[in-house]
Design a protein around this ligand. Structure first.
Ligand SMILES: [Zn+2]
Ligand SMILES: [Zn+2]
Length: 172
């Protein structure tokens, strides 16, 4: 996902352009579609990218282990720094902070890596296919979302059952 910003870089600081994003991002052997609007704002050192993008990625439910499509909202805000002076064409010293994004010497701004990082951060630590996912039976591994299995209910330790009551009260 590349945007040539050579024209906008010649404009004054604060000049803004909007871009409509609807693209497929490839990462490794998976890919996902990304849609939304972003704004590019000329800054003193480069370009600020701001916007909200939407995507859906395939993840594994942490309870029932099934694959499902998880919708994600990416609130992008990143400054891309110039590596080449737009007027003289001279190389600029690379910024010292590690991992910052740059605009290459052809004045192309590549959003792919930033979007990929935002996706990684947006994926929940324990994804659930739906809020009330019943999970799998710890005894036989049956997916309890598809109905009960033949196993006997697990004996609940009385000490823990007290905690269960507490959780229920809090939920109510
Ligand atoms: Zn599930
Ligand atoms: Zn079972």
């Amino acid at each position: 996902m590349q945007i040539n910003v050579s024209q906008q870089l010649k404009e004054i600081t604060g000049s803004t352009r909007q871009y409509e994003i609807d693209e497929i991002i490839k990462s490794g052997d998976s890919s996902y579609g990304v849609q939304g609007k972003i704004k590019l704002v000329r800054t003193g050192q480069g370009m600020l990218v701001k916007g909200i993008l939407h995507t859906q990625v395939e993840v594994t439910c942490s309870r029932c282990l099934s694959f499902f499509s998880c919708p994600l909202t990416l609130n992008i805000e990143e400054e891309y720094l110039l590596t080449t002076d737009i007027v003289s064409g001279a190389s600029l010293p690379l910024p010292e902070e590690p991992g910052c994004f740059t605009i290459d010497e052809r004045f192309v701004l590549d959003l792919t890596e930033a979007i990929h990082q935002y996706v990684m951060l947006a994926i929940p630590m324990k994804p659930l296919c739906h809020q009330n996912c019943a999970g799998i039976c710890p005894t036989c591994g049956h997916d309890l979302n598809q109905g009960p299995c033949g196993c006997l209910p697990q004996r609940v330790n009385p000490r823990w059952s007290e905690l269960n009551n507490l959780t229920l009260t809090n939920d109510a």
